[in-house]
Design a protein around this ligand. Structure first.
Ligand code: TLP
Length: 360
C-alpha cells in the first residue's frame, strides 16, 4: 500500500478515481467500530429519565473521573450540551462573548437567542484565539441600560479556524480574570480529546479552570451518538431539567452510552493518526497552485484552506471534488474544510491531494 505521494502517483490510474467516496466532510461521519456495536447489543438498560439506566450512569461516572469534575450528563448532541450550558449560566437579555467563528453562534441555529434570550458579542482572534485584553474591552459596563455580559465561551479545538488549539496559558488567564469579574466561562470542547492528543496534556488539565465543559463522543472518538456536559453537581442538576425541556430526556439510552464508553476508553490514543494524516494532506495541498494553506497551522484533524486563486469559488471547488468522489465542505465563498478521521486512510488522503492537483 503506498504511503507516500510519489509512490501513489506511480501506482494504478484508478487511484485517481476512487470508487468508494473519500469522505472528508467531517469526523462526525465515522461509523461505530465492531466493539461499539457489540457493546450496544449487550448493553444493560433502564429508563434514564428516572436515572435508572446503568450504562448511562456508568458513562457519566467515567466522564467525571476522566475530567476530574463533580458531575456529568449525557446529551444527544454537542449543540444541546452547549446550549444547555448557555441557558444554565445566563439570563435573558445578557450577552455571550466568544470568537467570531465559534460554533455556538454560527452553527447552532441561533439557539443562544431563541432558548436563552441572549445576544452574541463576537470578537475576531488570529487563528481563532482571543485574549483577555480583547475580552475585557467587550465586557459591558455595569450600567442598567447596557446588556450585561453573562458568559464567555471558548472553543478547543476551534473548528472553523482550522482545528486550532487554544493556548492553555491564555485559557487559564481568561478563566481567572473572568471569575474575578464574576463571569463564568464555558468550554465548547467538542474536540478536546484532539487538543489533548496534540499537546500531551490531559483533558482534565485543559478544562480545569472552566465552569463547565462539553465534549463530543460522536466526532473523532467514533461513537454514533452523544456528547457529555460536565460541571458542578448543582450545575448538572439544573442541566437535567433543561435537557428534558429541550426534548433530550432519553429512555433506554444505555444502547448509545455503551458505544460512548468504548469511544471514551479506547479511541483517544488513535487521534494522533488523524492529525498526521491532516498534516500530510496540508503539505500536499500547500504545493498546489492557487491553494493557500500553511501546514504549520494544521495542529489537529481539521484543514481550512483558501481556493479563490484557483479561479473557482469554494462551492464550485466542492462540487468538482464531489464529482470525483471526494466529499468535503465549502465553509465560505473562499474557504474549504477537510476533516480527517478514523474512516479515512493515509492512502485516501494522498489520493485526495492527487485529485485536487488534477483539478487546479
Ligand atoms: N460540528 C459539526 C458541524 O456542526 C459543523 C462539524 O462537522 O464539525 N461544537 C463544535 C466545535 C462542533 O464542531 C460541533 C459540530 C458542535 C459543537 C455540535 O455538535 P453536534 O453536531 O453533535 O450538535
Amino acid at each position: 500500500m503506498p504511503t507516500k505521494l510519489t509512490e501513489l502517483e506511480r501506482s494504478t490510474p484508478e487511484k485517481h478515481n476512487p470508487v468508494v467516496p473519500i469522505d472528508l466532510r467531517s469526523d462526525t461521519v465515522t461509523k461505530p467500530t465492531p466493539e461499539m456495536r457489540r457493546a450496544m447489543a449487550e448493553a444493560e438498560v433502564g429508563d434514564d429519565v428516572y436515572g435508572e439506566d446503568p450504562t448511562v450512569n456508568r458513562l457519566e461516572q467515567r466522564a467525571t473521573e476522566i475530567f476530574a469534575r463533580e458531575a456529568a450528563i449525557f446529551v444527544p448532541t454537542g449543540t444541546m450540551g452547549n446550549q444547555i450550558a448557555i441557558k444554565n449560566h445566563t439570563h435573558h437579555g445578557q450577552e455571550v462573548i466568544c470568537e467570531e467563528r465559534a460554533h455556538i453562534i454560527n452553527l447552532e441555529s441561533a439557539t443562544l437567542a431563541a432558548f436563552s434570550g441572549c445576544q452574541p458579542r463576537p470578537i475576531y482572534g488570529e487563528d481563532g484565539v482571543i485574549t483577555w485584553e480583547q475580552i475585557k474591552k467587550r465586557i459591558a459596563p455595569r450600567v442598567y441600560y447596557r446588556s450585561q455580559t453573562g458568559l464567555i465561551v471558548l472553543e478547543n479545538t476551534l473548528n472553523l479556524a482550522g482545528g486550532t488549539i487554544f493556548p492553555q496559558a491564555l485559557a487559564d488567564e481568561i478563566c481567572d480574570k473572568a471569575h474575578q469579574e464574576g463571569i463564568p466561562v464555558h468550554l465548547d470542547g467538542a474536540r478536546i480529546f484532539n487538543a489533548a492528543a496534540a499537546t500531551g496534556k490531559t483533558v482534565a488539565e485543559l478544562s480545569r479552570k472552566f465552569d463547565s465543559v462539553m465534549f463530543c463522543l460522536s466526532k473523532g472518538l467514533g461513537a454514533p451518538v452523544g456528547s457529555m456536559l460536565l460541571g458542578s453537581k448543582d450545575f448538572i442538576n439544573k442541566a437535567r431539567m433543561y435537557r428534558k425541556a429541550m426534548g433530550g430526556g432519553l429512555r433506554q439510552a444505555g444502547v448509545l452510552a455503551a458505544a460512548g464508553l468504548v469511544a471514551l476508553e479506547k479511541m483517544p490514543p488513535r487521534l494522533k493518526e488523524d492529525h498526521e494524516n491532516a498534516r500530510i494532506l496540508a503539505e500536499g495541498l500547500a504545493q498546489i497552485r492557487g491553494i493557500k494553506i500553511d501546514p504549520k497551522k494544521v495542529p489537529t484533524n481539521i484543514l481550512v484552506f483558501e481556493v479563490s486563486s484557483t479561479g473557482m469559488n469554494a462551492y464550485d471547488f466542492n462540487q468538482k471534488l464531489a464529482d470525483k468522489n471526494v466529499l468535503a465542505n465549502a465553509i465560505s465563498p473562499d474557504h474549504m474544510r477537510l476533516v480527517t478521521h478514523k474512516d479515512v486512510s493515509r492512502e485516501q488522503c494522498l489520493q485526495t491531494v492527487v485529485i485536487i492537483r488534477g483539478m487546479c
